[in-house]
Design a protein around this ligand. Structure first.
Ligand code: NAD
Ligand code: DAU
Length: 346
């Protein structure tokens, strides 16, 4: 099987490429990635020299490139990860989010329709359901209620993907996973940001009261679910993929501080994310009953593995935290905190 992976130099895409090449000797992977701030070829060093792997530098919004790739390479499937994936950045700078997540997805779908692709796995998120009151859980037919530019763009791209199935019969599957964590995650997201700050002995900036709830899914469990759906998923269907591990952010951060030997006083409550969703909760009954997939890595074990990985890879952290990351950190944390203080004084 030949798979075109988009965004394979990012966190989840690279985990999927590594998993597929390691677990299936018949698989060949083409990785199309623009290498934005979040794309990192170091994440693919373990597979870079494999004859079954090829990297293509390029933008999913480029119709000529995408069409050429499908025509020349004739992949059996596309697994579409490429996206602007961070909520806070989507609030600070929304334009690239809509460009990549909507126009990029449309460009891929259109080429897939013209070139009669065999399977299109569109990787999406539980954020499209919005914030849910206890004890609600979203199943796949739950209404879409996105809050941020990021989640609105993902909801839009899900609908686009579905429309290509309903209108043109393109064999699309949409997946919606909960919060992933694990090695190689860019340290703008909660868990790697807190781990890398903790390892430096820095402060741990929790938004608002920290009682927002997320469902944590170890990245390899997510990738195993995607592999299962490539094989057994039904065309035109949506599948939720949850970690069955709901925790308030503050609890997650407390565990990271404790594992790093930091006192709880390093946890600081900072200005909240605008439009911050309070609680995500997914039902994964459908994927479990149809395919038998289940998460295998519990949170305690997954977090320990993740902390150990960041501890053992200080060079990786140092390189991704240099340059652009510093100005993002300044804007999202220090400038917003100052703006709030100034507004209170005025
Ligand atoms: P990431 O930000 O780590 O990686 C995104 C990758 O896409 C990067 O390699 C980047 O260079 C590439 N990319 C961005 N724009 C591109 C473009 N225009 N053309 C080609 N490549 C481009 O993201 P991630 O956390 O690995 O998420 C991957 C996918 O999974 C996204 O679609 C995201 O919405 C979805 N998702 C993520 C999570 C999570 O917790 N991280 C959970 C559910 C779903
Ligand atoms: O739910 C799936 C989604 O999970 C994916 O679709 C997104 O791509 C991914 O970024 C993630 O979105 P979140 O906004 O939930 O993840 P993030 O790691 O940014 O934040 C998790 C929670 O932690 C959220 O409630 C905000 C909070 N937070 C985050 C950061 C970075 C903090 O309190 N402090 C922080 O510094």
């Amino acid at each position: 099987m030949k798979i075109l992976v988009t965004g394979g130099a990012g966190f989840i895409g690279s985990a999927f490429v590594r998993l597929m090449l390691a677990s299936d000797p018949a698989v060949r992977i083409l990785n199309l990635d623009k290498l934005t701030y979040a794309g990192n070829l170091e994440n693919l060093e373990p597979v870079a020299s494999s004859p079954r792997y090829r990297f293509i530098s390029g933008d999913i919004c480029d119709p000529a490139l995408v069409d050429r790739l499908l025509l020349d390479e004739k992949p059996d499937a596309v697994v579409h990860f490429a996206a602007e994936s961070h909520v806070d950045r989507s609030i600070l700078t929304p334009a690239p989010v809509f460009e990549t997540n909507l126009r990029g997805t449309f460009t891929l779908l259109e080429a897939a329709r013209v070139r009669r692709l065999g399977r299109f796995l569109h990787v999406s998120t539980d954020e499209v359901y919005g914030s849910l009151e206890e004890p609600l859980e979203a199943s796949e037919d739950f209404p879409l209620n996105p809050s941020s530019p990021y989640s609105a763009s993902k909801a839009g791209s899900d609908l686009l993907a579905r429309s290509y199935f309903l209108t043109y019969g393109l064999p699309v599957i949409v997946t919606r996973a909960s919060n992933n964590y694990g090695p190689y995650q860019f340290p703008e997201k909660l868990i790697p940001l807190m781990i890398s700050n903790a390892l430096e002995g820095g402060s741990l900036p929790v938004y608002g009261d920290g009682m927002q709830v997320r469902d944590w899914l170890y990245v390899d469990d997510h990738c195993r679910a995607l592999r299962t759906l490539l094989e057994k998923g039904r065309e035109g269907e949506i599948y939720n993929i949850g970690g069955s591990c709901s925790l308030p952010n503050l609890e997650v951060v407390r565990r990271i501080a404790a594992a790093a030997g930091l006192p709880a006083s390093r946890i600081t409550h900072v200005v909240d994310r605008p439009g911050h969703d309070r609680r995500y909760a997914l039902s994964s009954r459908k994927i479990v009953s149809e395919t038998g997939w289940r998460p295998q890595v519990g949170f305690e074990e997954g977090l320990a593995r993740t902390i150990e990985w960041y501890r053992s890879n200080p060079g990786w952290i140092e390189r991704v935290k240099s340059g652009e990351y510093r100005s993002y950190y300044q804007r999202n944390y220090l400038d917003r905190e100052r703006e709030l203080r100034d507004a209170r004084r005025a």
